[in-house]
Every structure is written in C-alpha cells, then in structure tokens.
Write a protein that binds this ligand. Structure first.
Ligand code: MN
Length: 400
C-alpha cells in the first residue's frame, strides 16, 4: 500500500489501507449517500467514476453489499488507486468533505439481528455470578456458539440517545415491581454485516464466510440487567436488551483486515465437523476500548474469542435458516482474562458488589443518567499501520 495523496493525521485509523464505508448527508434532511472515511474527511463516492456507482447513491449500503465480493474488491481496488496515485487523485480531491460537516447515519438497513455469547471469560464471569453453585460454563457452551435473535428495528447508529428502559424486576425477597431499570449496562461487542444472502435449506460453511460477510462494525448491546435476570428463564434475553442496540457508523471491509487475522484459541473438546476451522480461520486481532465519560475503563481483546465469526455464521445457518442482505450478527460481549479487559459493567463491578472508582471521585456499579459510553477499536494493518473502527457512543437519558 502506498501513501495517500492527501495529508492525513499521523495516528489516523482511517488511512488508505482501511477505507471503511458509511452513509452520510451534508444538511438536515439532505440526501443520504455512501461515503468512505479517509483521515478527517469523507469521500462522496456517488460523485466518482468507480465500479457499482449506481449502488452508491443509495441511502444505505445494502445495494452495494448485495453485489458480492467481486464488486467489493473491484471498488476497493479502484478507491485505493484514487487516493494513492498522484496521477489521478485530483479526481477525489474535489469530493472530500470534512467529517465534522456531515451527519453519519445508520449505515445499513438491518434485516435480522443475532447476538452471540462467544467470549469464554465473559461467559465464565456471568456464570460465576448468576450460578455460583454450578459449573461456570453451561454444558453446551464449548459445543456450539450460543446466541439469541435480537430486535433488528431497534438497532440504531452511534449517538442515538439511550433512554433508560422500564420494566419488571424482582427485588430480593419481594414480588416483582415495575419501574426504570436500576442496573443499566453496556456490552462491548464486534458486529459482522452480511452482504450476500443464502438459500433457505442450504447451510453456509465455515469456509464460505468471506463470500457472504461484507464487513465489521462496533456494537454496544445495551442491557438492563435487572429486567434481564427476571425474564430470561427459560427463553433467554427479551426486553432487557431489545430497547436499543447501537452500532458504529463505519463498516470496515473484510479485505482491510488481512493483517489482523490470526489463529483463534485452541478448542477443547474438538467441535463437531460443521464447526471446525478451515485452513484459514477467522480469528481477529482487534483491541477494543471502553470509555465512560471519557475515562478508559477497559481494553477487551477480541483475539481471545473462543468462537470465530465464521463458526458463528456456520452455526446460525446449519439448520437451513437463510441469510439476507443486511443481517447483523454480533460477537457477544468481548472480555479478556484480566479485570481491565472486561467488556461490561456487571463484570467490572462484579455484579455491583465492587464499585468502580472514577477519576472525578465518583463511583459506578451501573450506568447513571447523563453517563456517556464510547467504544472504539483498532486492529493491525499492513506495514505497521492501524485499522480504526471509529466509535459507537451513547448518552444515557432518564426514563420518561
Ligand atoms: Mn450481548
């Protein structure tokens, strides 16, 4: 990869080796179209002479995502030349808009949304808290990537206010009560966006991951722990999660993550054949950062996830369920072995029993009204560069 023609901030995660896609507009109610982030700019792709340009004037990435990997690769190759080749990069210069002058929108129309539970550290931490008298992991955990179907219609872009949900909770020693959640939490996750759908009845194999998945975003799976713990038996998460799921405005193409791929952790026992890694497994060396009101709380390591996104996709379709353009599946909370690698407040405060002390002298167990949570991430790029994922942020508002 050559250097960009344009002056980029030295520490930008949006260099020419990344080129993440988003949807933007330049005035309130204005036309939404597809752009690519480069440094502190967005490139208005709908104005360029590039492959699939007819899909780039759309108000979402779905038409581009539906075209498939050959179109994605052709467009990406053309964009790399346009931002790096001094002979032709003037064509881009006229269509750079400062990021601080655009509004970023939900980048894709979410078809179905699934959330997994694939960090062993996270699953063991929650198992120890909720089921102290049983094994930390349930008997199925190492045999299949556990997940649940979430609510696609409440997936929203970064910056969407987090209105504190109300619902039923069960205080110790009393009957259920109704009211605003008192244990509102964050979950730092990584999301995978499906571009190419699949036929009903035909599972997607582990090795076909890149033929279907377009790119990667950040996800905050906001969770009301008190609602969740009362409602989740026996069918799993419901209203404790469905009020809002936030995603980052940028989708990093899989092709930008070649230098981030690595071997996932060893699995013991060996999973069933349909879940076995192929020759090039999809472990990814992303490091997340969780901030509360600007203060760094933890750095969850995605490389330690037990199940890869390719295994998750294979499991999600092994019963014959079909995929659609715009399907989103998220990794589950990313937590590492260390305390400063935990991806949720319920782990960081150990169920609320160990308050977190903040730099301003206050403490937190769960989120308070006015709190701002920001997730960021980066991964290694080629030649010592970094691939940035932008951020997903949200401010908590009081229950209405
Ligand atoms: Mn989750």
């Amino acid at each position: 990869m050559s250097a960009s023609c344009f002056d980029l901030p030295p520490d930008t995660g949006f260099g020419p080796e990344n080129l993440p896609y988003g949807v933007f507009s330049t005035e309130p109610g204005g036309r939404r179209r597809v752009g690519v982030a480069l440094g502190d700019w967005v490139i208005d792709l709908s104005r360029l002479d590039v492959p699939a340009v007819d899909a780039l004037a759309a108000p979402s990435l779905n038409p581009l995502m539906a075209r498939g990997p050959r179109t994605w690769a052709a467009l990406r190759a053309r964009l790399e030349r346009l931002v790096c080749d001094p002979e032709i990069c003037d064509a881009v210069g006229a269509h750079l808009i400062p990021l601080d002058r655009v509004t970023l929108h939900l980048p894709f129309e979410v078809a179905d949304y699934v959330d997994f539970y694939s960090s062993q550290h996270h699953a063991e931490n929650l198992g120890r808290m909720f089921r102290p008298d049983s094994a930390a992991l349930t008997p199925n955990w190492k045999h299949l990537p556990i997940g649940y179907h979430g609510r696609a219609g409440t997936v929203a872009v970064s910056g969407t206010p987090v209105i504190r949900p109300s619902g039923q909770r069960q205080p110790a020693g009393g009957g259920p009560v109704f009211g605003p959640s008192q244990r509102l939490d964050l979950e730092a996750e990584v999301g995978f966006v499906v571009g190419v759908g699949s036929q009903q009845g035909t599972p997607v194999r582990v090795g076909d991951f890149a033929a279907h998945v377009f790119g990667v975003c950040l996800v905050n799976d906001w969770s009301a722990r008190d609602l969740q713990s009362w409602e989740y038996v026996p069918l799993g998460p419901f209203l404790g999660k469905s009020f809002l799921t936030s995603v980052s405005p940028w989708v990093v193409p899989l092709d930008a993550l070649g230098s981030a791929r690595l071997t996932p952790p060893a699995r013991d026992p060996q999973p069933l054949p349909y879940l076995r890694d192929d020759a090039e497994p999809w472990g990814l060396d992303l490091t997340l950062e969780v901030r509360l009101n600007g203060e760094l709380l933890s750095c969850p390591p995605f490389r330690e996830m037990y199940w890869t996104p390719a295994q998750q996709l294979a499991h999600l379709t092994v019963n014959g369920a079909s995929l659609r353009t715009g399907d989103l599946f998220a990794s589950g909370t990313v937590s590492g072995a260390r305390r400063d690698q935990r991806g949720s407040l319920i782990e960081l405060s150990w169920g609320g029993t160990e308050p977190i002390r903040l730099a301003d002298g206050t403490t937190r167990t769960f989120l308070e009204d006015g709190d701002v949570v920001t997730l960021t991430a980066s991964a290694p790029g080629p030649d010592g560069t970094r691939i940035g994922f932008g951020e997903v942020t949200g401010a908590v508002r009081s229950a209405p």
